[in-house]
Write a protein that binds this ligand. Sequence first.
Ligand code: NJP
Length: 243
Amino acid sequence: MEVSPQAVFLTGASSGIGAAIVRLLTAQGHHVFATARRLDRLEQLKEECSQRGAAGRVIPHALDVLDVEAHSEAVKQCVAELGGIDVAIPNAGLGVFSPLDQAELSDWLYMVDVNVKGALITLHTCLPHLMESKGLVINIGSVASRNVFPNSGVYCATKHAVLALGESIRQDLKSQVASTTICPGAVDTDFIEQTRDAALLDQYRPGFKSGMHPDFVARQVLHAMESRGHGIISDITIRPDFL
Ligand code: NJP
């Protein structure tokens, strides 16, 4: 199944799953407005994609998802460059794992800010353009969207919220904007490196290192985009072999 070139607004594009999404979508001829705080990483990614002969454009743009004004400017610029937004992917997120009674409040608040508020800001700023294009929101949830795991309760709570948000888009905007939530288990990215508890890091790192390749998540993104017109993948759970 192929779709015409799509204009994609992506957050968290500088590493891991986001970078894999940029590589795959541009190889398929889609255009990605690629945002994150680390602009140098985004510029390198653009160069890499062009050296690989990607048919689609990468437009690197520095953005902290929590900066509402900058977010709104980024969306304006995306629309100016790409003529609209067909797909919005609020992918920026993090998990800082620790036992509940040893957690830093600032880590809890920052996870809620980036994983939930950041996704809400992306949705709110992109929504008028998605309504116009009858577009698609692809949220990055987690197996933690439905289950709660030890030492990661607040992360799990944020990902429950992401899944609930996707379901609310489905219910409220049914005929106007489609919604897909991708719920991965462990993916081999830098994600686990946010955890500072040395014992937990030693315990968890091998599981993430032997997790799925981020390209496997990117392929679910492409699949959701290519399914438009045939049906909607409202949510999909993917797991590494060992889970
Ligand atoms: O992690 P990582 P993943 N403003 O650390 C960005 C979910 N997930 O690719 O700003 C803007 O490589 C950061 O960019 P930068 C996970 O919850 C993962 O694995 O330059 N951007 C970077 O590009 C998350 O939602 C696993 O530092 C901000 C990106 O976020 C998504 O997958 C399992 C930002 C993080 O890239 C991507 O995570 C699962 C901010 N304030 C769900 N803060 C897994 N890896 O196992 C961070 O179920 N970023």
